[in-house]
Ligand binder design. Structure first.
Ligand code: ZN
Length: 328
């Protein structure tokens, strides 16, 4: 049995934008190169627009939005847009449905940008990419919107509230994968206090109940996501699974099923690793999940624990159902 795969996070766009000679078709360069996605049966892939918190963040985000736009035109034999039309008949062709997301709202506004510049950038990026799969306010660090996942004591700032207010009603989920705990709490409270129509997800996060790491979700936040009808994509990075035990991947996935069989999905997080500075993090991935070609063998291993109906939910149905509900 082979399953179509939907995946909530990869960093192909920042790789194409930043690495000289980057080739989306080179299997040697990046683990989410198109041939790997095809080998793994990937039919839907979220492509993050990732930026650091610095003065060039808006320019870099614009560049990646344009790369996404160009992929849809120049590589139309390989990819098509993941949208409401795609969902009407996902099996109608073999191409990979792609959609952009924003990983770090610094892409909308650097620390000194005015709000009219931020609104303008937001609208322009949305026009370029068509729709966003989600927005993450922060990455690891702090920015004008809030505290990232390695920052303690910084939650949702006034600018973060303002961006949430602007997102509301635009059918774009907010992503908790890179929030500090305080920021996650602040986002949920702000949404509830003002009854904002903003779905909540975690695009590429594992569980602290299985591996206690700041970058992973507490069960408290995971349950909040589930209760709000959101989805949680399990991350393949060794650092967030368990530094020594590859099979912990299956425990994270099964823990996701314990929380809800309708929320768990993939958020593998393949990125360009060749210039990753921290040597203790190498290898970044365990061999069993080292590229997008590995989804079939991962699902095969899981078939000892899960029935076919649940493997379908994990592989793509939960993601397709989530966006179907959101967009129609
Ligand atoms: Zn990330």
């Amino acid at each position: 049995m082979t399953y179509p795969i939907a995946d909530l996070h990869c960093d192909l766009l920042s790789f194409l934008a930043a690495v000289p000679g980057a080739d989306a078709f080179s299997k040697d360069q990046i683990a989410c190169a198109f041939p790997w996605l095809q080998e793994g049966g990937v039919r839907m892939q979220v492509m993050a627009i990732y930026t650091n918190v610095d003065h060039s963040s808006m320019k870099m985000a614009g560049k990646q939005a344009k790369i996404f736009y160009d992929l849809l035109r120049k590589e139309e034999k390989t990819v098509r847009k993941f949208d409401a039309d795609f969902l009407k008949n996902p099996a109608s062709d073999e191409r990979i449905g792609i959609i952009a997301s924003v990983e770090n709202a610094a892409g909308f506004g650097h620390e000194k940008a005015t709000w009219s510049e931020i609104y303008k950038q937001f609208d322009a990026m949305l026009t370029t990419v068509g729709q966003l799969a989600y927005i993450s306010l922060t990455h690891h660090t702090e920015n004008r919107f809030g505290g990232g996942n390695y920052i303690e004591g910084v939650g949702l700032k006034e600018d973060g509230k303002r961006l949430l207010d602007y997102m509301a009603g635009k059918k774009i989920p907010i992503d908790l994968s890179h929030t500090s705990d305080l920021l996650a709490e602040g986002i949920l409270n702000h949404i509830d206090l003002h009854h904002l129509p903003i779905p909540v997800i975690a695009s590429h996060s594992n569980f602290r109940a299985i591996w206690d790491h700041k970058r992973n979700l507490s069960d408290e936040f995971a349950k909040e996501i589930v209760q709000r009808g959101g989805i949680i994509g399990v991350n393949f990075l060794r650092e967030f699974l368990d530094r020594d035990v590859p099979e912990r991947l299956f425990e994270h996935l099964l823990h996701g099923f314990d929380l809800s069989e309708d929320a768990i999905c993939f958020g593998a997080d393949f990125f360009y690793t060749k210039n990753f500075p921290d040597k203790s993090r190498h290898p970044i991935y365990f061999p069993l999940a080292e590229n997008a070609g590995k989804y079939p063998s991962i699902l095969d291993s899981l078939s000892q624990h899960l029935p076919e109906s649940q493997l379908k939910k994990l592989s793509h149905e939960n993601v397709f159902n989530f966006y179907q509900k959101l967009w129609t």
